[in-house]
Design a protein around this ligand. Structure first.
Ligand code: NOJ
Length: 539
């Protein structure tokens, strides 16, 4: 067993995760060491140089592994049948211990995925629960009688659209599932359930992991009266979820009692030193803020703000997402942003390859914690749905990491479980030595961020009206000031010097990093940004 890392910077009171860059690994698709076509823990260990520890590494601070636990794979690992083991296709507990050590040896933190809301239908707890109405584990899950017409107890829908209730013949009742029917929801009104999940957390914390990304936590408690949800209202709910459910999940998501469950998780994390919990709370940012910050120091340290991820390519909408995040995150809270993940189309697919550069720049220059999805750093794109098999509808963005241009992309010596996409052109080896590649840009952005306090942990102030389609902001820390400029349009843009003057920026600034090959000093008053150019200058 390994203890989690002590702070890198003992004199710095800031927790390690503030301003950290986190890299999401989808373990099935990162690197396969045993040749079965499925990624595994040994494969991750073999590829850690890509992430941190050498001059050529990306230089991320932490990795988050999507679930690695035994699962019948109805939701690719988010349906867990044993919370305290490693799925055989990924390796063993000993491999996990080796990964923890290998990460810590190079100053990399390791986070796992905690899935507290639901188990697999095959988990021993559910097998017992469904066996009879009098089983001691019956109320570990949410069971309810049919409606008078024999239909589901109410109108709740699961996150993927269909009804959230499935009838179970054995006992003549319905069970609740916020996701697939193979993922029954646990019942947190029973304190034994929270106790069991806390033990799961301790099991992994004791092995030395540095934290958890906490899955689907907005769902953990629902209205005990099972009241029907009202119709979908665009203004009150996040587009993705509300629309798929075609209702406003007023009574089964983000209930006030969820906060008590979160406080319970946090108490366990705080039994150990330096551990972080990142909430995946699908809720608008104004409600997300209720879980974060100085006044909620006993809830999440971080929580995903998915607005940026859901923003179409429109500079005004980007500006709004950033402004809302800055205005609505309470004091002490750090926005956690991603542009993509295993549930969403990739950045280069949504925005196109060219725009992916300035999108990466924007993400890494913002105040907050950026979470990079594996493959984004080389501009991987989604597979066409038919090529990907598309079992769960999300395979397209889960295709294997492309390490080189060979037929299996350097991912496996066997046959990859999902097809590769254009790996001859889009791969790590090809981009590593090319200073103009997206990978090289990511490395530069991470390097500059790591050594520039203003970018890593500084404040944010937006600068408006620089030019149509140009976003600008100033990051500031420890007397260090950086002006960030992003031209999100397809045309060059001359800046209006007036707003810069109001912020008292100097006439000239040194270019710290840019999406282009701009370097040296720039005259700020007469600066013309190239199309889709991002520039960060000392100012
Ligand atoms: C969010 C996960 O990211 C997604 O992949 C999964 O299907 C649901 N939660 C349910 O666990």
């Amino acid at each position: 067993m390994v203890e989690a890392m002590a702070s890198d910077r003992p004199t710095d009171a800031r927790p390690w995760w503030q301003g950290a860059v986190i890299y999401q690994i989808y373990p099935r698709s990162f690197a396969d060491a045993n040749g079965d076509g499925i990624g595994d823990l040994r494969g991750i260990i073999d590829r850690l140089d890509h992430l941190r520890g050498t001059d050529a590494s990306l230089g991320v601070d932490a990795i988050w592994l999507s679930p690695i636990f035994p699962s019948p794979l109805h939701d690719f690992g988010y349906d867990i049948s044993d919370y305290t083991d490693v799925a055989p296709e990924f390796g063993s507990l000993a491999d996990l211990d080796a990964l923890i050590t290998a990460c810590h040896d190079r100053g990399l933190r390791l986070l796992l995925d905690l899935v507290p809301n639901h188990t697999s239908i095959e988990h021993a707890w559910f097998v017992e629960s469904r066996s009879s109405r009098s089983n001691p584990r019956r109320d570990w899950y949410s069971w309810a009688d049919p409606a008078p017409d024999g239909g589901p107890p109410n109108n709740w829908r699961c996150a993927f659209g269909p009804p959230a209730w499935t009838f179970d013949e054995t006992t003549g009742q319905y069970y609740l599932h916020s996701f697939y029917p193979e993922q029954p929801d646990l019942n947190y009104r029973n304190p034994a359930v929270a106790d069991a999940m806390h033990e799961v957390m301790r099991f992994w914390f004791r092995r030395g992991i540095d934290g958890f990304r906490v899955d689907a936590v907005a769902h953990v408690l629902k209205d005990p009266l099972l009241r029907d949800n009202p119709p979908y209202r665009r203004e009150t709910w996040m587009p993705g979820f509300g629309m798929r459910m075609n209702q406003d999940p007023l009574w089964n998501m983000d209930r006030p009692e969820v906060h008590e469950v979160v406080r319970g998780l946090r108490r366990v994390a705080d039994e150990f030193e330096g551990r972080v919990l990142i909430g995946e709370i699908y809720t608008p940012v104004e409600r997300l803020a209720g879980y974060l910050g100085e006044d909620r120091a006993d809830e999440f340290q971080l929580a995903f703000d998915f607005e940026l991820l859901n923003t179409p390519w429109d500079w005004r909408l980007f500006m709004l997402a950033i402004e809302r995040a800055e205005a609505l995150h309470p004091p002490g809270a750090w926005p956690t942003y991603a542009l993509s993940n295993h549930d969403n189309p990739r950045t280069a697919t949504r925005y196109g390859r060219e725009r992916a550069r300035v999108a990466a720049f924007l993400l890494l220059m913002l105040r907050g914690v950026p979470v990079l999805y594996q493959g984004e750093e080389i501009g991987m794109v989604d597979a066409a749905p038919s090529a990907a098999g598309d079992r769960a509808g999300r395979d397209a963005q889960r295709t294997p990491m492309q390490w080189d241009g060979s037929s299996s992309g350097g991912f496996t010596a066997g046959r990859p479980w999902l097809p590769l996409v254009d790996q001859e052109r889009v791969n790590v080896a090809a981009q590593a030595g090319d200073s103009g590649s997206l990978l090289s840009l990511y490395r530069r952005l991470l390097q500059v961020r790591a050594v520039t306090p203003a970018l890593r942990c500084g404040t944010h102030r937006s600068v408006f009206e620089l030019a149509e389609g140009v976003l600008g902001w100033i990051r500031e820390a420890e007397g260090d000031r950086v002006l960030v400029l992003c031209n999100l349009t397809d045309e060059p843009r001359a800046l209006d010097p007036a707003p810069l003057r109001r912020f008292g920026t100097p006439d000239r600034g040194e270019v710290l990093v840019a999406t282009s090959d701009r370097a040296g000093h720039a005259e700020l008053r007469t600066l013309v940004l190239e199309r889709l150019e991002g520039v960060a200058l000392s100012a």
